[in-house]
Design a protein around this ligand. Structure first.
Ligand code: DC
Length: 248
């Protein structure tokens, strides 16, 4: 990055399954920025909680107990990102846990533990430090609203529940063909739709940092757009925001 040019920040928020990570990775590669998947950071914390005996069900059965269990542990783990061959890896206490973050146990725990303020404060701090020292494309739920309120480009990326469910279903069908184990639920379009609607509801209605469009975020509905069309739309916003690529 040019020393004269301050780190450039692109915030991409939106509901689960809108294609944020695919799009954010491509935009970052085009611009030579680092991609920060904040969901993966919440997942790494969740893995730590699960490995230390906390159960996601406790959040529903005894919310006060769940909160105190999480608060006791939240300060302990060190969650950082590293980049190997251009890809983001997540380090939990210096150990690469990238391959362990997409299980059902971790998803459930991340969804519950990310609602606890102490967890959010800790990760928000780490995310802000990253964005101060590097130009970033950061995706999540609260990037434009809480983490980087001064980001030069803010996008709220969404798609209809039907379209997001259809994409997830097709991904699962393809994964199964490659030999990745998939459950009956993973291959049932109606159940996937219900699951996405429930996650939307949870993300949008939690007390702390709920998913919502920042007032100054540009809304992109990708329901009828290709990945490249969305990437181009964002690159256009970056240009309009006055970003000058290195060497130009
Ligand atoms: O995007 P994802 O599914 O990997 O996110 C995992 C969980 O973390 C999900 O329940 C939403 C939550 N999350 C959050 O609360 N804030 C963020 N900035 C990113 C993710």
């Amino acid at each position: 990055m040019d020393k004269e040019q301050k780190a450039f920040q692109i915030a991409i928020d939106g509901p689960a399954g809108a294609g944020k990570s695919t799009i954010a990775k491509k935009v970052a590669a085009k611009l030579g920025f680092i991609y920060v998947d904040t969901g993966a950071m919440y997942r790494a914390m969740a893995l730590y909680f699960a490995d230390h005996g906390v159960k996601a069900e406790t959040a529903g059965k005894n919310p006060d107990l769940f909160k105190s269990q999480i608060e006791t542990l939240a300060d302990k783990p060190d969650v950082t990102l590293a980049y190997r061959d251009g890809a983001q890896v997540v380090l939990l206490d210096q150990k690469d846990v990238t391959g362990q973050l997409r299980t059902e146990v971790v998803s459930q725990m991340a969804s519950k533990s990310s609602a606890i303020p102490k967890v959010r404060t800790k990760l928000t701090q780490t995310q802000r430090i990253l964005a101060r020292t590097h130009s970033v494309v950061m995706d999540g739920r609260d990037i434009g609203t809480v983490v980087l309120p001064d980001a030069q480009v803010k996008v709220y990326l969404t798609a209809s529940v039907e379209e997001r469910a259809r994409r997830r279903y097709l991904e699962n069908v393809e994964a199964k063909k490659r030999g990745v184990p998939k459950t009956e639920e993973d291959l049932n379009l109606e159940l996937i739709k219900k699951d996405i609607a429930a996650r939307d509801d949870q993300d949008m209605h939690r007390e702390v940092a709920p998913l919502k469009r920042a007032e100054d975020a540009v809304l992109i509905d990708s329901s009828d757009m290709t990945i490249d069309e969305v990437v181009d739309a964002i690159l256009d916003l970056v240009k309009k925001a006055g970003y000058v690529p290195e060497g130009k």
